[in-house]
Design a protein around this ligand. Structure first.
Ligand code: 2NL
Length: 372
């Protein structure tokens, strides 16, 4: 193996000879590099700061050179450095290529493009989302557009603008989940999880003049302990139509059509009086039971979903209370409108005959994949 000689003479001819020998040695050792470990040994032998050949040359040639030869020797040493660095880089490249180019590797990496691909199992639409899409599409076909808005809302949009005055007892019916540590803010700015999607309708009316025809699907939250028919997180689809001369008759016609589109053309609808702070008058709409056809019986058994009444309560609705228009700068003397809201989870439960709302949210794929 090459070892750095001490130079006795520093003439150009002597230097040429020494350099030539050294370059030959680098070349020979580089050609012996086969593995990554070989290469590391090779690199360190020539370039290590402490005992590498280059360091040795610096000591034995440059430092030992007489003053008048230093310039010449310095130049040669610099050239040598560059040559050695190049040889080391080249050896690394060849070594890496050799490793991946070995025939075993080529065989194991070979790709048989005639094999079928790996199929990823397709997911399926969640039954509640699917139901929301179906409801929304009925209204889209009537020319309604879809709006969405924040799930974390302010007290103002969730309550005040919807005609729930501060401290009004109607707020108690909503079991609201409030965001903690908001006490320093004025009440109207305090944050909460929206208890209905109605705030989006307020936000839309703020930015859009009548005529308005919108549907709002979305997640809502209430502080209800989970059981077979309750979940602290559930889904609503609400709708709103505001224009000149909108009447309760338009409400009835629109919702009757929507129920026939959703549950089949033979269902009937029926309205009974109700109360919501944001509508006046307000109503609950019933559809004739699409399980038993309105008879209240399935064969000789009582029909469960309609509790043998032949009717299922499906949504709440009403004419928008004039007070609400006051909050969004609409003129209640010029415009009127109707609004409605339904629970998408409840409708999905009825449609698919599911007996526990929790099944929708537990994430058991064996349950969920049945709805694809
Ligand atoms: C229900 C009842 C309803 C509305 C929602 C609404 C929104 C505005 C103005 C007036 Cl901005 N009304 N929405 C109206 C009546 C009923 O939902 O039982 N939902 C599950």
């Amino acid at each position: 193996m090459y070892s750095v000689p001490k130079l006795k003479s520093f003439t150009a001819a002597a230097l040429d000879k020494a350099v030539e020998k050294l370059l030959a040695a680098v070349k020979e050792e580089a050609s012996a590099v086969k593995t990554e470990a070989d290469w590391k040994t090779f690199r360190d032998r020539w370039m290590a700061r402490k005992n590498g050949v280059l360091t040795e040359i610096n000591d034995l040639w440059l430092k030992a050179a007489p003053k008048e030869a230093k310039r010449e020797v310095g130049q040669r040493v610099n050239q040598l450095k560059a040559s050695v660095e190049e040889a080391v880089a080249k050896a690394e490249h060849l070594q890496a290529q050799g490793a991946s180019g070995s025939s075993a590797k080529v065989v194991s990496d070979a790709l048989d493009i005639t094999l079928p691909g790996n199929r990823r199992p397709l997911g399926s639409e969640h039954p509640v989302i699917k139901t929301m899409h179906e409801i929304v599409s009925v209204f889209r076909n009537l020319g309604y557009s879809v709006e969405e808005g924040p799930v974390i809302e302010t007290d103002y949009y969730n309550f005040e603008a919807l005609n729930f005055p501060p401290n009004h007892p109607a707020r108690d019916t909503q079991d609201t989940l409030f965001i903690a540590n908001q006490e320093s803010k004025p009440q109207r700015d305090r944050l909460l999880l929206r208890t209905h999607t109605s705030p989006v309708q307020i936000r839309t009316m703020e930015k859009m003049k009548p005529p308005v025809r919108i549907v709002i699907p979305g997640k809502v939250h209430r502080n209800d302990p989970p059981d077979a028919s309750h979940s602290p997180m559930f889904h609503q689809v609400e709708g709103l139509a505001v224009d000149t001369n909108i009447t309760f008759c338009d409400l009835k016609g629109t919702l009757d059509h929507a129920m026939k589109a959703l549950f089949g053309s033979s269902v009937k609808t029926s309205f009974r009086p109700s109360f919501f702070p944001f509508t006046e008058p307000s109503a609950e709409m019933m559809v004739s039971c699409f399980i038993c056809g309105g008879s209240g019986k399935r064969g000789s058994e009582p029909c469960r979903p309609c509790k043998q009444t032949g009717w299922i309560e499906i949504l709440g609705c009403g004419m928008v209370d004039p007070n609400v228009y006051g909050f969004v700068d609409y003129d209640p003397k010029k415009v009127s409108g109707f609004a409605f809201g339904m629970g998408a989870d409840r409708i999905a439960i009825l449609k698919y005959g599911v007996d526990d709302i929790q099944l929708f949210f537990n994430g058991d794929v064996r349950f969920l994949e049945q709805f694809g």
